[in-house]
Design a protein around this ligand. Sequence first.
Ligand SMILES: Cc1cc2nc3c(=O)[nH]c(=O)nc-3n(C[C@H](O)[C@H](O)[C@H](O)COP(=O)(O)OP(=O)(O)OC[C@H]3O[C@@H](n4cnc5c(N)ncnc54)[C@H](O)[C@@H]3O)c2cc1C
Length: 553
Amino acid sequence: MNKPVLLVVDDDPQVLAAVRRDLRSRYREQYTVVSAGSGPEALETAKELKSRGDALAMVISDERMPGMLGGEVLARTRDVYPLARRVLLTAYTDIQAAIRAINEAHLDHYLSKPWDPPEERLYPVVDDLLDAWQAESLPEANGLRLVGHQWATRSHAIKDFLASNLVPYRWLDVERDAEAKPLLDAANVASDALPALFFEDGGILTNPEPRQIAERLGRSLSAAHDVYDLVAVGAGPAGLAAAVYGASEGLRTLLLDRHAPGGQAGTSSRIENYLGFPAGVSGSDLTRRALMQAQRLGAEFLVPFEVTGVTVDAGYKHLALADGREIITRTMVAATGMSYREHPAPGVAEHTGAGVYYGAATTEAPAFRDKRITVVGGGNSAGQGAMHLARFAADVQIVVRRADLTETMSRYLIDQMGKTPNIRVRARSEIASVEGDGRVERVTFRSLEDGSCRSEESDAVFIFIGTRPISGWLPAGVLRDAKGFVLTGRDVMAAEAYARTWKESRVPLPLETSVPGVFAAGDIRAGAMNRVASAVGEGSMVVRLAHEYLALT
Ligand SMILES: Cc1cc2nc3c(=O)[nH]c(=O)nc-3n(C[C@H](O)[C@H](O)[C@H](O)COP(=O)(O)OP(=O)(O)OC[C@H]3O[C@@H](n4cnc5c(N)ncnc54)[C@H](O)[C@@H]3O)c2cc1C
């Protein structure tokens, strides 16, 4: 296997030579630097690399070139190498072009010329982008492989567990990938034992539970300490932020998640409004960065760990885990966010994981290349999901109950969808049923105008509606609103049960629930903003408040 390639494109021979020299001096051990003097030559090179089976890690292109602008080069190489990182080289005066390219070419970064000294202005950017590329790119033939049936719920569950936990793997559909059968035969794995995970060292797990996979991947499955200062339950943006700040401010901090880090945000294909990422950031990239940051600062992270209950004894919180064990902490933050409620239409439950998916399920999108997809919901998450799916599917139909998307979706997403010809909106409608034989084949829609029903062929349904807080694991003493969202701070004081529940001489701190030392942050909280930034803000605030609480006890 050849080294992955960094492709540099510029019509100015001097600039081209300078970029090539700087890249070679730092990356030549792991990457081959290839150059092209024009856009068409770069596209030709990308096609040649593809036909040789080489990996392309990054394209760095100058914007101003005769014949084809850099933005177009980057957009067109994306068709051949969707995962390659894309960087535009611009003159200081071309910032507008770079901003345009962020939207059109899904640019990852723009670099202003000149980039001297490269140690400060070029290498940190390239290092960061190559780390992200490596985390997403598929392992070579001998890396972790998952073999299974595309329409089996268990295959989907394992794919989702691996991808959400940022473990690169290769999916081999037993019916379609030629590599699958010889692998199964050589290992004597029967097709009714699937899905099977083949590890690099030759080990195999058939139909494994997430815990077995985590153990086999060398993840820790027990807490390192007897008592913690802060435990964040749920590793979405709120829990991750609490872990980063808790660890950095000297608290013995543990972060737990029942499924994977990242939470809802981790499933987003592109978060465009999070501060500091002008080109947007994928949920998995943001998660990878945040988790690395939390662990580097000293937070411990355990997955898959589900908290099922909490009791308080002399101020210490005892967290009961689904496996029967217990974790003790002086303060905790409930950051378990929200999840989708099961859609009640007939046919949805039996096809869940076999063509029906809740949320973005980004791992499944490539399986629907050239197919028809139904997206249910009119919020930003549905819009992002539709945009991502439209890169693969022939037709993406969004089903909404309202007359249009203007009240529920951000303008930038409505505009992006308007420019995407294979996305259409079916307004004032809902799903009446989902039909198919072992996989989704048809969806029946009901009109909310006249109640009439109409069936259409569809290969998948992605559902983005019906969220509810995950707060059932908290003790009864934690007051909630009628929908189950957790009350904190002043909302606790305004609750009818306040006097009966709160027995301290002080009032609850902001973000503190009706149980002293138990905080809540992010989407689980009544009045939450349902944004990554607000969840991160609250998770960070909790640490300061936990210090205040600890000083009082
Ligand atoms: C597809 C999609 C796209 C989005 N795009 C954007 C966007 O572009 N911009 C934006 O600002 N917002 C966006 N949002 C909203 C944003 O992601 C959420 O507001 C944010 O993730 C909330 O963070 P959180 O930490 O409160 O909870 P969550 O992200 O919901 O995380 C909760 C975590 O808790 C874990 N958990 C649950 N129960 C337990 C338990 N009992 N024990 C242990 N762990 C448990 C879950 O596994 C999960 O990982 C999007 C949401 C979705 C679904």
